[in-house]
Structures are given as C-alpha cells and as structure tokens.
Design a binder for this molecule. Structure first.
Ligand code: ADP
Ligand code: ZN
Length: 759
C-alpha cells in the first residue's frame, strides 16, 4: 500500500503533525501513532501537500475502518473546535472512547471482510460498508445480535479472587483477560459481545469459581415498575406549547414553567411525534444520578427505546454503548453534558432540561457549554430544540424576550398543587433578640417540631460541608490555612481532620496555634456535619440523614439515600445543594434554607442569578404531593433583589431587574466574555504569562481587557493563579481575539470562553 504524508491531529495539546499513512485514508478516521513519550490516537485531517522537511514516520495502525462519526457531528466538532479554540482531536474523546473495540471485524453480506478491504486500501468500499454498518445492515461480530439478548444486559460478571488459579482453556482465558482489563467487572452482554464468549464458557468459569454472576442494581430496571405510564391529557397550555414546536426545521424554544407545571409531559409529547416520524431524540439532563424518575417515566412511555449515557461506566462498557449508538441504537438518548457530542444520527429533536444548570458547562479543558452546542447541533441537524426551565438563564430569557427564541409558558400546576408558602426569617432580628448568632430561627424550629409531630419530612440546606467552616486562634486572630492553597482548612469531626476543600490536604487538628502557640483555637461557622449533630440534639427521636459530598463518595450511596428519603424512612434530611435538584419526596413539607445569603458573597456577577435559581428550585421541592409545603428562608439580607424576588417567586420581575443591571455593567448577555487563566510557580510568573497575552490582544480592536488580576482563590496546589477578563460587544469580537492571539498548546495560559465560574 502506498504511504503518503498525512496531517494528523492528536488528542493532545499539540499542533497537527505529519505522518506517513495509507493513501486515500479518509478524513475523520482515527489512527494510532507513536510519539516520543508513548502512543496516541489522532484524527486524519487530510493529505499534507507541503514537501516534507524531516524524515516522516509511518503511523502505527488505523483504528477505525471508516469515519465513525456522522457527518453532522463532524460539522459540530469543527464548529466547537473553532469556537472554543481547541484542537478537533481534543474534542474526540468526548464522543468516542479512545479505542473503540480493538481488532474489530465486519463481514459484508458478500463475504468481504473489513480487514481485507483495509489491507487493500479500498477506502471507498469501506466507506460504503460503513454506511451500511451505521444503518444496522451489516454486523460487527457479536454486537449485531445484541438486541436479542436484552435480559443478559442486566447481569454482571465479577472476577473472584482465587488463591490458586484453576487451569483454564484458551477461550476461558480470553474471557478472564477481558474481564481483567475492564477492572474485574462488566456486563455479561458486553463480555460476550467483545470476546465472543458463549454462555456455556461463562457457566464453566462460574462452576470453577473464577467468576460470579450477579444481577446488576440497575437504575432503569429497578425503577421500571414505579414508572407506570399514566398518560395524562395535556391541558391547553401544554397542548399549545407542544403544537408550537414544529416537527421539522430549526428553531429554539424556551419552555418556561415552575416545577410541576408539566414541562416533562410536553417533552414526552413532542418526543413521541419525532419518534413516530422515525427520527431520534437527544435528551440532555444536568445530572444522571438525579433523574431516576425521569428515566422511569421515559422507559414507561417508550419501553426499550431509551439509552442512557453513563459517566461512570468502564471503558469497555462505554465502548459497547457507543457502538450501539453508532449502529442505530435506541431512538432516545439521555445523557449529561458530553452527550451533546454523542454519535447519534438522524436527530429530530433536542431537549435540554434545566437549561440554566451550570453543570452543562465543562470546567475542564475543553471548556464546552453543552446547551450552547446543543443549539448549534439542532441548527446543523435542522431540527427543533427545547430548552426547559423554571428559572431560565438570563441568556436564554433575554434571547426569548428579543424573539430569537420562541417563548412557551406554562403557568399552572396540573395536579393542583399550590406553590409552597415562603416565609422569611430575618437572622439580624433573631441575633438582636437572642444576643448570639442564630443557626435555627424560631420559625424553623417550630416548623420542624410540627413536621415531626405530623410524621412528615423536613429538609435543611446549607452549602457548606464539614463540621466547622474554619479554625481561628482567638489570641492572634489567624486562621488555620492550607499550606498549598489560599483557603482555610475545614474541620471534619467524623474523621477528626482539618481538610482543604480545594486540594484535599488533611491534617490532625493541632492543640495549639501554629502561629502564636496559644491554646485558643476555636471553630467558626457551621457545616452540614454540625447541623446534623445539632438537629440530633434538638430532636433525639428524629431519623436524620445527611447527604453531601462527604457521605456520598461511595458509588450508589447518593441513590440509596435519596431512595430511603423518597420512601419516607427519613424524618429530617440535612445536606448541601445537591439535595435541591430533581427529587420528589412525597412527604416533604418543610424546607429550611439555613443561610440564603451564602452564594451572594461570591465575587461573581452571576451570584444573584444563582441564588435566585437555588431558592426557587428548593421551594419547588416542598409540597409536591398531597401536602401543602412551606419554606423557611433564613437570611441577613431580606432586601437583596435575589432574595426579595425569590420570596415572591417572581422570576420575571427578577429577570427584568437583573438584566438592567447586567446591561449597565456590560455583562452577559449584553457582552461576550473570555477568561484567560494563568498558573505559575510564583505570582510573578503567573502575572507575566498573562501580561504577555494581554499585549498580544491589545492589537485586536473593540476588546475591553481587565487584568491581570489575582484569581479569587489566588493559590491552589502551590500554583499561583491570575485572571485576565476579555469583554467584547459581540461574540465575534471574542472569536477575533482567540484567533488573533492563539495560545501555545500546553502553555501556562488557558482560555475559557463564555466562562460561568470565576473561581
Ligand atoms: P415539570 O417537568 O414541569 O416539573 P412534570 O411534567 O413532571 O412537570 O409534571 C408534574 C406532575 O404533574 C407529574 O406527575 C405529571 O404526570 C403531572 N401532570 C403534568 N401534566 C399533567 C396534566 N395535563 N394532567 C394531569 N397531570 C399532569
Ligand atoms: Zn489545599
């Protein structure tokens, strides 16, 4: 086969490199190449016409037999690479696992084998084969029969630990090896598909005690029974909303309605039409673990047609999932952020539920925003997209107000449930009265007592983990800080440790102050751990469950806790804002927000918006079922707009005021932003890197450059951090900036386009 110079982009921070690759290799095919420090997967960009300056090395192997990604998705990737100024290949791992099914083989109906075609360089034939394969007409060995064995999909195979391995045959060894590579456990269906192992072989291995079969605790199957498809008759507003979404053609719809107003029923209705037309639905949710009820409803309405993108699957499981998707998988694909790049074909509808959620924005390179890319994807697919929310992002709300998006409003709650009564507890008054800092206001204490007496449920929210917020010395006034980060350490009583929430540093609490040696250390401010203790002391008989990141590190523990709470085995739930989202606790009638001001002090122009969203979301949790709900909102600043409007549950009023403020201060949605971040071993190094970038940006017209300034947390893990904020009137201005002064890959400076967090 003729080898020619070919440009290859690598999923590494490097510019494209040129290698020798088979002539005719189509762009979009992944290849494996050798770098100085190991192997890497890259994407073929095309032939390199320039005369080679150095001795070129051949690629190691061709990973894909044909371009795996649908054309529209490749267009989306090209857009995203340009928009976020990242390499195309850096986006690839978000769509496909690094190596998809090693040594895979396809045999055509006419007995042609993929490997033969590849060895002969018959790329056109392979492309045709690829099309057939994507349509599900040609099988990948083993994987084709997947659907016939759905039951096996829920059985998990685990490796057992045997001191003296029994003798195994080659076939058995192959299965064991695959299991080993998958980390010791995988779905039976995947194991069989990937290795071609028969059920009999697995049975033998089990008889030898080398593997164990278990029913997997599967969210879908476990919840399936609950999600009976109680099809409802849509009310007039829902019908109007559903009808407003055209079956074809691009259009952005903002579906705005309080929790329980029936948005999901509208999604389901439109999705049903799209499926009937033979097209697919891409359904984005902020967090998979928090949506068991949605999955149950989907599975009940569209049995066997729902696939879920899991973040926590092993590489092998992911491969099997992706192969299924690539090959005409389930028509509804539900997933979180990166699912916006899922290799789904023939998309007829995109849904972004809770579109305002920050989790749609990646806080790691590449820093994509899934909602924004979803809109672009809908445009490329020429299909409608629905953004749904009770508290739309101001970006989306503004676009709807300007009629760029179609606004669909749901104003009622079909089940007749009233929105909860929200009561403010002014902590300044409480403090004045009781002459000390108050953790639980009288209103909240009374409410909790009532709820317990009636056998209902209460939820207390505080966005701070640990026992005490920080330790301070009363003699010298200094705090105990992390040696590696510019933050104070948080005391965790359960583990008797002071812990850094930035880097994880831990220390046994000292007896005396390390600064002045006085024995006057004391904890300041309470975290969820202490709230749990205090509630237990106040209500000794109550069953209390704390859910925060410290209690839910084990896989499945959050789900288990939530399930216990849903089923009424908990009287008082204590937790961070992870409790605020998406659950339905039928007995929950009281929500206590211990400190509503917490988020307002963040140095971030979105602090008010986030606080409003959180308070509204929390309020939506109380009283979803037959019980009327009540929210006690404790605050030191009841007059702050975010709190005052949340008390009246007036999103539109809040949005109007907040947008005026954003316009005055020239913040999004009235300007576009990019945040350059630098890191260095010293503050000076970080500063110089950004100053150099600023100088390069100075030539770009129409930019407003702020900084370099210390980041809000100026040091993390012994690295000093600085920020440079770039403002432009239009998005185009930011694009010009990114292109006029591209960053060196792997350098000290990174850029975050449309930044959401400034920490
Ligand atoms: P949202 O997504 O806005 O929170 P849901 O679609 O989940 O709202 O609806 C809340 C509850 O009301 C669900 O139990 C749903 O089945 C029910 N519901 C929605 N629309 C109707 C309707 N038109 N008639 C009866 N019940 C409805
Ligand atoms: Zn630290």
């Amino acid at each position: 086969m003729n080898l020619v110079p070919t440009r290859i982009e690598l999923a590494r921070p490097l510019p494209p490199l040129t290698y020798l690759a088979p002539e005719g290799l189509p762009p979009g095919v992944r290849v494996r190449v050798r770098l100085r420090n190991g192997a890497a997967v890259g994407l073929v960009l095309g032939r390199d016409g320039a005369p080679p300056k150095v001795q070129l090395r051949p690629i190691e192997s061709v990973v894909d037999p044909f371009p795996l990604l649908p054309q529209k998705l490749r267009e989306l990737l090209a857009f995203a690479a340009d928009y976020y100024a990242v390499g195309l290949a850096q986006l690839l791992p978000l769509c496909l696992p690094p190596v998809l099914v090693p040594n895979w083989e396809v045999e055509t109906k006419h007995g042609l084998r993929l490997s033969d075609l590849r060895d002969q360089g018959r790329w056109d034939d392979l492309a045709a084969l690829g099309e057939a394969w994507h349509r599900g007409e040609e099988g990948l060995r083993g994987l084709l029969h997947r659907r016939d064995r759905r039951g096996a999909g829920l059985t998990e195979i685990c490796r057992t630990e045997l001191p003296n391995p029994a003798k195994v045959t080659a076939t058995q060894a192959k299965a064991l090896l695959a299991l080993e590579e998958a980390g010791g456990r995988m779905l039976e269906a995947d194991l069989r598909d990937l290795t071609g192992t028969s059920a009999a072989v697995l049975a033998t291995l089990e008889a030898k005690g080398l593997i164990q079969r278990t029913r997997r605790l599967d969210l879908l199957s476990q919840r399936r029974e609950e999600g009976i498809d109680h099809r409802v008759a849509l009310n007039a507003e829902q019908l109007a909303a559903s009808a407003a979404v055209a079956d074809r053609g691009f259009g952005v719809h903002l579906l705005y309605g309080v929790t329980g107003s029936g948005k999901t029923e509208v999604y389901l209705e439109v999705a049903e039409r799209v499926l009937a037309a033979g097209r697919r639905v891409l359904w984005l949710v902020p967090e998979i673990g928090l949506t068991p009820r949605l999955l149950a409803r989907l599975e009940a309405r569209f049995p066997g047609q729902v696939a879920v993108g899991h973040a926590g699957l092993s590489a092998t499981e992911k491969q099997a999932d992706v192969v299924r998707l690539l090959q005409n998988g389930a028509p509804i694909f539900v997933g979180v952020r990166n699912a916006v790049l899922a290799p789904l074909r023939d998309i007829g509808l995109i849904i972004v539920d809770e579109e305002q959620e920050g989790s749609y924005k990646s806080e790691e390179h590449p820093r994509i925003h899934a909602r924004d890319l979803a809109i672009k994807r809908a445009q490329l697919e020429d299909c409608p997209i629905i953004l749904g929310s009770a508290t739309p992002s101001l970006e989306s709300w503004h676009a709807a107000s300007a009629a760029r998006y179609k606004l669909l409003k749901l104003t009622q709650r079909p089940l007749g449930i009233q929105l909860p009564e929200v009561q403010v507890a002014d902590l300044r008054d409480a403090h004045r009265e009781q002459r000390k800092r108050v953790v639980f206001s009288k209103a909240l204490l009374a409410g909790m007592a009532e709820v317990l007496a009636r056998g209902e449920q209460a939820m207390l929210l505080l966005n701070r983990r640990g026992f005490e917020n920080f330790w301070m010395c009363r003699a010298c006034g200094k705090t105990l800080d992390c040696p590696h980060c510019a933050v104070s350490l948080t005391y965790h009583k359960g583990s008797y440790r002071l812990r850094c929430h930035m880097c994880g540093f831990e220390a046994v609490p000292p007896e005396v102050c390390p600064h002045c040696a006085a024995a006057h250390l004391r904890g300041v401010g309470e975290g969820t751990e202490q709230i749990e203790d205090q509630v237990a002391a106040l209500f000794p008989k109550a069953r209390i469950l704390r859910l925060d990141r410290d209690t839910t590190t084990r896989k499945g523990s959050l789900e288990a806790g939530l399930l216990a709470a849903e089923q009424g085995h908990v009287d008082i739930l204590v937790g961070t804002q992870m409790l605020a989202k998406g659950h339905n606790f039928p007995k929950l009638t009281l929500v206590g927000i211990l400190n509503a001001d917490q988020g307002l002090r963040m140095p971030d122009f979105r602090a008010g918006e986030r606080t409003f969203q959180l308070l509204t979301q929390v309020a939506g949790r109380a009283g979803r079922a037959e019980h009327a709900g009540r929210v006690v909102l404790q605050t030191y600043s009841p007059d702050h707009p975010a709190i005052a409007f949340a008390l009246r549950q007036d999103f539109e009023g809040f949005a109007a005021q907040e947008l005026t403020y954003r316009e005055t201060l020239a913040y999004p949605p009235f300007t576009a932003l990019a945040l350059y971040r630098s890191e260095g071993d010293s503050p000076e190094a970080a500063q110089q890197a950004l100053a150099a970038q600023k100088a390069r940006l100075a030539a770009v017209p129409g930019l407003h450059l702020l900084g370099p300034l210390e980041a809000p947390v100026p040091k993390v893990r012994d690295r000093y951090r600085m920020h440079l904020l770039v403002k432009a009137r239009q998005r185009g201005g930011i694009s010009s900036a990114l292109h006029a002064a591209p960053l060196a890959p792997g350098g000290a400076v990174v850029v975050d386009r449309d930044p959401l967090h400034f920490g």
